[in-house]
Write a protein that binds this ligand. Structure first.
Ligand code: FE
Length: 371
C-alpha cells in the first residue's frame, strides 16, 4: 500500500495522504493552502474521513492549510512540539503514534533543518519533510537550523532504517517522487562518504536565497495557517470583492442588512456548534456539514432555496469565515446573491488557540444567545 502523493508546483512541495482502506480514515502530511480545494475534492472522491492534519515542521516557503482543513473536515491538527505552532490541537513528541483506523504513524524527532523538525514512519514508508531530500537535505541557515544536528538525524536516525524503506521527501525540484534509505545511504552526495565536519562545512557555504513567501508564511504557520491572507473586516460597512460569490462583508454590515430585511442570515454551523457555542435568534439554521464526521448536509441546496425569497441577499455565517466561503460559493451556483461574513461567529484563534477574543459576531456584541 502506498501513500497518495500530491504536489504544489509553486513551492515544489509534496503533500501526502495515508489511509486505512477498511475504515476510510485518513491523515494528511504537510498540506498547502493553495491546494485546499484539490485536497478537499480528493478526500471526497476517495470517500476518506480526515482524522489528522500533521506537519513535519514550520514551513518557511508555503502556508499550511491545516486550520482550514480542520474547519472543513472536522480533522484535528497536530504539529511537532518544538515548532511553536500553538494552535495545533496535539503537540507531537518523539515516539508518539497517531492511529488512523488500524494504521499507525510514528513520530521521529529529526532536528537540524529546524530544531522541531520531525519525520513520520508508516509501515515501510518514511516521510522526511525537509530533513532528507532525494540526493540532498533541507537548509540549516535559518529558523533554528543546525547542520551538525541534521547530520546526526540523517545518519543516525533515518538512514539506520532498513535499506528498502521508501523515502518520501517534503520537496523535490526535479520531478523525482521518492527514493529509498539504501539509495540515499549509497548515493546522497551530502552524506555518502562525508564526515560530519565535511557536511557542516558544505551547509555553511550554500548561500541560498530567502524563500519568497517567508515573511508571510512563518507568522501564518504559527497559527495553523488560519487567518493567512484573510482580511480583517475591521468593522467596514463596504462590501469587499471575492472570488465566486457576491462579496465579503463584516459582521456589522451583515447584521444591518439582516435587520433591515434586505438579507436572510444563514447560519451554516453544525447543530452542535450552535447548541454549545451560541446562536443568533432569527437566523436560519442550515448546516453546511454535520458533526460527527462533517458529512455534507444533503438538504442544504433545497433548504437554502426555500429560505431566501427572490430579491433577498443571503449572508452566510460560520465559526470563523471558512466554511461560509464554501457555502456562499454554493449559494451563488444556485443563483442567489450570496455573501460571506468575515470573522464568523467566533473569529480567528489567538496565540493561545482561544477563539472569541479576535473579532467575530459574538465579540462585536451583535445579537446572540447561549440558550
Ligand atoms: Fe522547510
Amino acid at each position: 500500500m502506498k501513500p497518495i502523493q500530491l504536489f504544489d508546483p509553486t513551492s515544489s512541495s509534496y503533500t501526502y495522504v495515508l489511509h486505512d482502506p477498511s475504515t476510510r480514515e485518513a491523515l494528511i502530511i504537510d498540506p498547502v493552502d493553495q491546494q485546499l480545494a484539490r485536497d478537499l475534492a480528493l478526500l471526497q472522491e476517495q470517500g476518506l474521513k480526515l482524522l489528522w492534519t500533521v506537519e513535519t515542521h514550520m514551513h518557511a516557503d508555503h502556508i499550511t492549510s491545516a486550520g482550514q482543513l480542520a474547519e472543513h473536515t472536522g480533522a484535528q491538527t497536530a504539529a511537532p512540539q518544538g515548532c511553536g505552532i500553538a494552535t495545533a490541537a496535539r503537540q507531537l513528541e518523539d515516539g508518539d503514534v497517531l492511529q488512523v483506523g488500524g494504521e499507525k504513524i510514528t513520530v521521529l524527532h529529526t532536528p537540524g533543518h529546524t530544531a522541531g523538525s520531525v519525520s513520520y514512519l508508516w509501515r515501510n514508508h518514511l516521510f522526511t519533510g525537509d530533513t532528507l531530500l532525494i540526493g540532498g537535505c533541507g537548509r540549516t541557515d535559518f529558523q533554528s537550523g543546525n547542520a551538525a544536528a541534521l547530520y546526526q538525524s540523517i545518519t543516525q536516525r533515518l538512514l539506520t532504517l532498513p535499506d528498502d524503506t521508501l523515502v518520501w521527501p517534503g520537496h523535490d525540484y526535479q520531478g523525482r517522487t521518492h527514493s529509498t534509505v539504501g539509495a540515499e545511504k549509497a548515493g546522497n552526495p551530502r552524506i555518502a562518504g562525508r564526515t560530519q565536519a565535511d557536511f557542516v562545512r558544505t551547509m555553511a557555504q550554500l548561500d541560498l536565497p530567502r524563500p519568497a513567501r517567508m515573511d508571510e508564511a512563518l507568522p501564518a504557520n504559527q497559527n495553523s495557517g488560519i487567518g493567512a491572507g484573510r482580511r480583517d473586516a475591521g468593522g467596514s460597512l463596504q462590501v469587499q470583492p471575492a472570488d465566486g460569490y457576491a462579496g465579503d462583508v463584516s459582521p456589522q454590515l451583515a447584521c444591518r442588512w439582516w435587520q433591515d430585511g434586505q438579507a436572510v442570515l444563514i447560519d451554516v454551523r453544525t447543530d452542535a456548534e450552535r447548541e454549545w457555542v451560541g446562536f443568533v435568534p432569527g437566523a436560519v439554521a442550515l448546516a453546511w456539514k454535520q458533526w460527527p464526521g462533517m458529512a455534507m448536509n444533503l438538504r442544504f441546496d433545497a433548504d437554502l432555496q426555500a429560505a431566501v425569497p427572490p430579491g433577498n441577499k443571503a449572508v452566510m455565517l460560520c465559526r470563523s469565515g471558512v466554511r461560509s466561503v464554501a457555502a456562499a460559493r454554493r449559494a451563488t451556483e444556485l443563483g442567489l446573491e450570496a455573501y460571506n461574513i468575515l470573522e464568523g461567529f467566533e473569529g480567528d484563534p489567538d496565540a493561545e488557540a482561544h477563539r472569541g477574543a479576535r473579532g467575530g459576531w459574538r465579540f462585536l456584541g451583535l445579537p446572540w444567545r447561549q440558550k
